[in-house]
Ligand binder design. Structure first.
Ligand SMILES: [Mn+2]
Length: 355
């Protein structure tokens, strides 16, 4: 249930910047230090690299940069993801090397599997990996030491930051291709440097990556100015449904809208941000009717309002300010149910604030 755009993980005061370089972090309470990951990699030769289902920019960009790092270390590595790489990330260097593997991890005898930002093996949706040596690299607060080696740093603004540190620690030269992948990951996972937790360390990393060959204008063009027309038309349809009640705003699209406009599921990503972008709105809800008539719900919130508990009520999850769940249709009934849950949650939040 990892939502494509995520937020907030870093606590103030970290990481430390030394002369324009991101410092290697100290041991994190949840796992082992970077040195343990590096040692585990050095001792092995063949690696399967993966990340979560419905991959976002951080998952894809970091996966590619990690693959390049391992190649530079003289290792054999293969990238496999359960879901397809989103179209906007398919122009990233080596993106065509990522195999889509919907089910059993296939045909590659790995000495170890490296998971990027997964809180469990299941999060990758790849099966048949349980008997392999597992390495877990994660920056989410939901991070969980499920693997043989776990490096979890909730202060990192993207898992890209951790991959970058790993490359530096391994003394691998960061090429322009790697820098491009990592910058793309950082840009998308910080919401274009907008989200809570973006600090001097984030910009120090961005500066390093630009020094190493990432070109911000070109990457921004690929990410933000290369939308298919169908995405804009779908956004138009969604905005005609926009409603607001106090600090809650919501909007939706039906499956008929999707078909009529020739829109793909990917075209619906980010629509919720237009609702949370309204002044005074603290929670935004976007509902999309899927082909099977079930409803995919995206939730966004501002500041200290957490939407994860709302998503969890319906079997979903995600991040504090960006979560999602899937509900039964029809769409008007789902809208009523999710708005009820949001109102109750805001009520509790307000009561807790007053207490
Ligand atoms: Mn991430």
């Amino acid at each position: 249930m990892t939502e494509p755009t995520t937020t907030e993980r870093r606590t103030p005061g970290s990481p430390v910047e030394h002369g324009g370089r991101i410092d290697t972090p100290a041991r994190d309470a949840l796992g082992q230090p970077i040195a343990a990951v590096l040692e585990a990699i050095r001792q092995r030769q063949r690696f399967l690299l993966t990340s979560h289902c419905r991959p976002d920019g951080d998952a894809v960009g970091s996966l590619l940069a990690l693959w390049m790092t391992l190649n530079a270390m003289g290792k054999q590595a293969e990238m496999q993801l359960y879901d397809p790489v989103p179209v906007i990330y398919r122009t990233l260097p080596a993106a065509e090397q990522i195999r889509r593997c919907a089910g059993l991890a296939h045909g590659f005898e790995a000495d170890a599997v490296i998971f990027l930002e997964c809180d469990s093996v299941e999060r990758s949706r790849l099966q048949g990996l349980e008997d392999t040596f597992l390495i877990n690299i994660d920056h989410h607060t939901s991070g969980n030491p499920f693997a043989s080696v776990n490096w979890i740093d909730t202060r990192a603004s993207a898992v890209a930051e951790m991959v970058y540190r790993l490359a530096v620690a391994a003394k691998v030269t960061v090429t322009p291709a790697m820098a491009t992948c990592l910058y793309t990951a950082l840009l998308s996972d910080t919401g274009s440097f907008c989200y809570e937790g973006t600090d001097a360390g984030t910009f120090a990393l961005a500066r390093d990556l630009v020094d190493m060959g990432a070109t911000p204008a070109r990457i921004a063009e690929d990410l933000y100015f290369s939308n298919p027309l169908s995405k804009m038309r779908l956004l138009g349809a969604a905005l005609t449904t926009l409603q607001r009640e106090g600090s809650v705003a919501w909007l939706w699209v039906t499956h008929d809208d999707m078909v009529r406009l020739g829109a793909s599921d990917e075209d619906s990503l980010g629509i919720v941000n237009y609702a949370i972008g309204i002044s005074g709105v603290e929670v935004a809800v976007f509902l999309r009717e899927m082909a099977d008539r079930r409803i995919r719900v995206s939730l966004r919130s501002k500041s200290t309002v957490r939407v994860t508990p709302v998503a969890e009520q319906f079997g979903g999850g995600g991040h504090e300010n960006a979560s999602g769940c899937t509900m039964d249709g029809p769409i008007d009934a789902a809208t009523d149910r999710i708005l009820d849950a949001v109102r109750r949650h805001l009520h509790l939040h307000a009561a807790a604030g007053e207490a």
